[in-house]
Design a protein around this ligand. Sequence first.
Ligand SMILES: [Zn+2]
Ligand SMILES: [Zn+2]
Ligand SMILES: [Zn+2]
Length: 150
Amino acid sequence: MRALLASAGYKSTTSRGHIVSLLAGREGVFTAAELLEDLGERAPEVGRATLFRTLDLLIGLGALERVRLPGGQEGYLLCDPHHHHHVVCSSCGAIGEVESGALEWALAAAVEDSGFTLRSHALELSGVCAPCATDASPRPAGAGDIREGL
Ligand SMILES: [Zn+2]
Ligand SMILES: [Zn+2]
Ligand SMILES: [Zn+2]
């Protein structure tokens, strides 16, 4: 990520360095509130505004992505800088990756039909992940009785 910032012509300031090292070890989705809390412990001199500016910068570079979580909150996740989309499980917040050349092509074609040339886009996809879909399906007959017996 540091290399990515450098290659994009951004100076590695101390504040950015702190934020990048804060992000580097993370897996899955995290929120700005979590980052602010960690930042408060590890580098309290870095301000909230700097954090949000750096997050936006990384999103612009494709190294970080912003997703909408089930509660309406915004989450972030580290991503490959190639173009793709995310689907968020509305039940548990799991994130799936969506990559489809056909989808990209169809979007560009649809926009072109409106007389525009597509330059960028973001999609907000919400669904139910496989484990949550299984949980929601009706239980086999008798399963409820066994549970009550416990
Ligand atoms: Zn991704
Ligand atoms: Zn789920
Ligand atoms: Zn796309």
